[in-house]
Design a protein around this ligand. Structure first.
Ligand code: ATP
Length: 246
């Protein structure tokens, strides 16, 4: 088994995955993510972005291929070890805000820290700090249902950043936000990641979002492709970008 390069925090080789119902997921995707890098995974709907993030984070075990985290094989880990890895080293942001309705906003944001064993007072402090940075500090004592969708997504971002994860997986994190809101939240996310040395793997089909990343890996039908951006053209002239198989 070939070991991954030392400076890659995540490294995947030849991932193949077909979903239980026979839907194709990934066909031989390989990639490396450097420490502190913000990597965008681009591609149209259904191209395999979420499936790739699920495999890289150990949420899903690819049927074939390898995933390494800090030179440790994830693909050979059992269910509990992968669960512990996700709890202690990774954070996750979904396209739609998923919060515990019975907890208030700061308790939601502090939850991953407390699950890692951080005391309540410290966890609350970190949660409040991130909620302030994301402009939802004023809602700390409210229940999630009292907040608009965009504010709830900001709470999810605070929850993901508060534990200072080694890797933050963000699957279309700004999908529920308006365009103006999107830019602000993304900038907060990328600035925070850079200043705290957090590696980010960001799935997006939005070119503006991908532009904030250090690098983009593009998928099409579960395969990596090289995206060639052409100069803008009028609608009648055709598409502004095309993809060529790698
Ligand atoms: N749990 C699942 N069960 C069955 N098929 C699935 C499952 N998850 C994804 N798929 C299928 O796998 C393919 C890749 O989906 P995936 O969600 O990874 O793509 P994506 O690029 O993230 O798309 P989107 O932007 O719509 O989320 C699609 O054909 C999708 O329908």
């Amino acid at each position: 088994m070939e070991a991954p390069p030392d400076n890659d925090v995540l490294w995947a080789r030849s991932l193949h995955h077909t979903h239980a119902d026979g839907s194709p997921g990934l066909h031989g995707v390989s990639l490396g993510v450097r420490e502190g890098e913000i990597l965008a995974v681009g591609g149209p709907r259904g191209s395999g972005k979420s499936t790739l993030l699920h495999c890289l984070s150990g949420l899903l075990r690819a049927q074939r291929g390898e995933v390494w985290f800090n030179s440790v094989p994830v693909h050979t880990m059992g269910h509990l070890a992968r669960e512990r890895l996700r709890r202690d080293r990774f954070s996750w942001i979904d396209p739609a805000p998923t919060l515990v309705p019975e907890l208030n906003v700061w308790e939601n944001a502090a939850l991953p820290l407390m699950l890692r064993g951080t005391g309540r007072r410290r966890a609350k402090g970190a949660a409040l700090e991130w909620l302030e940075r994301l402009d939802v500090g004023h809602a700390a004592r409210k229940r999630p249902h009292e907040l608009p969708l965009a504010a709830r997504q900001r709470v999810c971002l605070a929850r993901a950043l508060a534990p200072a994860p080694t890797v933050l997986f963000a699957d279309e994190p700004t999908a529920p936000l308006h365009r103006a809101d999107r830019a602000h939240v993304l900038r907060t996310l990328t600035t925070a990641a850079r200043s705290h040395g957090i590696t980010v793997v960001l799935a997006t089909h939005d070119a503006e979002t991908a532009a904030l990343a250090d690098r983009t890996v593009s998928l099409l039908d579960g395969r990596r492709v090289n995206t060639v951006h052409l100069p803008p053209v009028t609608e009648t002239e055709g598409r502004a970008a095309c993809s060529l198989s790698a």
